[in-house]
Design a protein around this ligand. Structure first.
Ligand code: ADP
Length: 167
């Protein structure tokens, strides 16, 4: 009998992808046969990068790994999980303040589909303070974000803010 593939889904906004996200992906790969990084449109958060840009950025960062891919999704995560036949949501935890939001979301998702489990991975201590929000703020003000994002993402941020300033 063929072994059932254990598919994990790592959902998020990834606006843009940070070294913290990448670390969760690298470690998450060891937990699943296949990991899908699922990029939410998150229009309510007014993202800096549109979904296609975020997909492209993540695609470039993960191309060295065999068992991870990136996809966009809209609507309910639980519906997306069903479509992908995935039973496990992967999320990262940094500071205590992440906990409340993550806890609520995990409980709601469990109510919507008790068969879906959420697992949390602790941030690497180097990345505990790394968030897309602060990185965008630093980049917007012309600071060096090299410690928090890959050179590719740093370049994208620079380009984006230069273009926005020129408008
Ligand atoms: P969302 O809008 O879904 O919160 P994010 O892109 O901000 O999307 O985060 C996606 C997931 O990655 C969340 O579970 C978040 O806690 C986690 N995450 C973000 N940054 C880090 C980091 N530096 N270390 C560990 N986990 C992180």
């Amino acid at each position: 009998m063929a072994k059932v593939k254990h598919i994990g889904v790592y959902p998020g906004t990834f606006d843009p992808m940070t070294r913290g996200h990448l670390d969760i992906i690298e470690r998450g790969l060891n937990l699943f046969d296949q990991l899908i990084v699922a990029v939410a449109g998150s229009q309510s958060k007014s993202p800096l990068f549109d979904v296609d840009e975020r997909l492209e950025i993540i695609g470039e960062e993960i191309k060295g790994y065999g068992n991870v891919r990136v996809e966009g999704f809209d609507g309910l995560l639980i519906e997306y999980m069903r479509k992908k036949k995935a039973r496990t949501v992967l999320r990262g935890l940094r500071v205590i303040s992440d906990f409340e939001y993550e806890f609520q979301m995990a409980l709601i998702n469990r109510k919507l589909d008790p068969g879906v489990e959420t697992v949390f991975m602790m941030t690497a201590e180097n990345y505990a303070a790394v968030s897309s929000r602060f990185i965008k703020e630093i980049a917007r003000l012309g600071g060096d974000v090299g410690a928090f994002v890959t050179p590719g993402v740093a370049g994208r941020l620079k380009e984006k803010y230069e273009r926005l300033k020129g408008q």
